[in-house]
Design a protein around this ligand. Structure first.
Ligand code: PMP
Length: 361
């Protein structure tokens, strides 16, 4: 037990000491007319999943869900082409990442990850009393694997396509990580559908690889909180143990399974649209003299000086995008989620107004 301490406001804290370095995650997202910050599916919810949600029997709410989401695992197994015992589900992929850190890291162990990457990784590491080691990516936007491996991580985190850059990891980098990492390799493929590329096939050759996926992005189900991971059965079982039973609610589990069984044409159509419009948005930004990074996800990352001020000015125009100040090798950047062209036109009009006003003042 840790000795009670006092926080900055003078209140007593009984939490484990590692929590002193854990902020409450709160990106202060005030409601805004057009929100292009979170890379969800801005076309809406897949239709069969929506019907399943609306037509649910009351027992789906009054009774407990299955312990470990057997129905959804079956559907996911079909989708990714593995057996159901190679899948673990979670309350969003956040839950999988958090549970994996608990399962595979002893307190004090290292979680290593590239910088920049998914902002929750250092937070999950600290929440689980692990030490986070961030290693600045190479100028090519690939992870610096030498630096990452030098930290001897119990968990090595990689993200492909990476958030926030949109960069696809070279397959050789993933293969080398699997050969040389001392512990578990977490490969976050939250945006894989938009890249059309996955490394899930590598789980057949590695007992240390956990590929983490989500239904929050391409499938349009972020509010249902459905994440999953693919790995060899023993690895998956360890995450399942650390995650615990009943973590998926029954309504969400069923709607997600229906989406996988019946809504694939909808999902594929909207992934294709997102890819087309991502390129159209990148062209429009290039035409304005900016140099967006090549993206394989459903967002565009574009260097824009004074991105925090620009982000605030865009908000005043009713449009939210995510600023990332001072990214290594890149500088100030805006990340813009891709949605229907009407939304992106609205963003571009606001962006033009903001940039013109900044040039003339
Ligand atoms: N990984 C990455 C790279 C993400 O960008 C996100 C969400 N922004 C997540 C994981 C978590 O997604 P969820 O918990 O909704 O599955």
């Amino acid at each position: 037990m840790s000795t009670p301490r006092h926080d900055a406001q003078g209140r007593r804290s009984f939490a484990r000491t590692a929590y002193d370095a854990v902020p409450l995650y709160d990106p202060k997202r005030a409601p805004v007319e057009l929100d292009l910050t979170d890379n969800t599916n801005l076309w809406g919810m897949p239709p069969a999943a929506e019907r399943a949600w609306r037509d649910a029997p009351v027992s789906r709410i009054t009774r407990y869900p299955t312990l470990y989401a057997a129905e959804l695992k079956q559907a996911l197994a079909g989708y990714v082409g593995v057996s159901p015992d190679m899948i673990v589900t979670g309350c969003g992929s956040d839950d999988i990442l958090d549970s994996a850190m608990r399962a595979f890291g002893e307190p004090g162990d290292v979680v290593a990850g590239p910088e920049p990457s998914f902002a929750m990784i250092p937070i999950f590491a600290r929440m689980n009393a692990l030490t986070y080691a961030g290693c600045v990516e190479l100028p090519s936007h690939q992870p610096d694997l030498d630096a990452l491996l030098a930290t001897k991580p119990a968990l090595l985190y990689l993200c492909s396509p990476n958030n926030p850059t949109g960069t696809l990891l070279a397959r050789a980098t993933i293969e080398r990580a699997l050969r040389e990492a001392p512990g578990v390799v977490l490969l976050d493929e939250a945006y894989a559908e938009f890249a059309g590329v996955s490394a899930i096939d590598l789980v057949a050759h590695s007992d240390r690889l956990l590929v983490i996926r989500t239904m929050s992005k391409a499938f349009g189900l972020a509010g249902l909180r459905i994440g999953y991971a693919v790995g060899q059965p023993s690895l998956v079982m360890d995450v399942e143990k650390s995650r615990g039973p009943y973590k998926l609610n029954a309504m969400a589990e069923h709607a997600a399974a229906v989406a996988l069984q019946q809504d694939m044409p909808w999902v594929e159509e909207h992934v294709a649209l997102a890819v087309t419009l991502r390129e159209r948005l990148a062209d429009a930004l290039r035409a304005r003299g900016f140099a967006p990074l090549a993206s394989h996800a459903n967002f565009v990352c574009v260097p824009v000086p004074d991105c925090v001020d620009v982000g605030q000015a865009l908000r005043a125009h009713g449009v939210a995008v995510r600023p990332f100040p001072a990214l290594p090798h890149i500088g100030d950047t805006l990340r813009i989620s891709v949605g229907p062209w009407s939304m992106l036109e609205r963003f571009l009009a606001a962006f033009d107004d903001v940039m013109t006003a900044r040039r003339t003042t």
